[in-house]
Write a protein that binds this ligand. Sequence first.
Ligand code: ATP
Ligand code: MG
Length: 186
Amino acid sequence: MVRLFVALDLPSQVRERLRLLTGAKLPGARWVPPENMHLTLRFVGEVDHGRADDIDAALAGIAARGFELTLEGVGAFESGRRLQALSLWAGVVRNPALEHLRAKVESAVVRAGCEPERRKFSPHVTLARLDQPDPAKFGAWLHANALFRLGPVAVEHFTLFSSRLGRDGAHYTAEADYPLGQRALQ
Ligand code: ATP
Ligand code: MG
């Protein structure tokens, strides 16, 4: 079995800029190291290797254009795995090309035999996970970074990642990159 997700990897300059948002003194915060920062298009979860090959083939068949992305603002939402845990993230300016790509990824993954995603797509880049969040403390972080904006960032491919969850955090491996077509001229 392998744990998979489909995501945009981010150029290293973008991850370095995002790193400047991390590292604040926040009790219980586990900051995402820059090499792990990404924008998830579809979490797949644990699948066997046959299914993984089908997902890879379906993703390779996607035809979509490249586009530009702007990151803007920060926020917090409850994160699934641990009770009361929060994730802190950087947001994304509304982007029809991103929505289009994510819809194509969703139908490819479903065609490969996965259950449809029922949750609404909320594009973001997770920067930290927080156990036992103290609203005063993470509120200060949200406030301090409210004017964050970064971009435009060129998106020319998307990636299938595998994830291994270790005690020292998740380890991601890019299993395959899928190129996007020429960007439309603005
Ligand atoms: P950890 O689970 O140890 O906190 P992680 O969340 O980074 O680490 P994974 O759980 O493998 O590692 O998740 C990989 C990516 O998919 C992350 O961007 C994560 O936020 C996202 N993700 C995980 N589970 C889901 C889910 N159920 N729905 C949507 N996205 C998810
Ligand atoms: Mg997780």
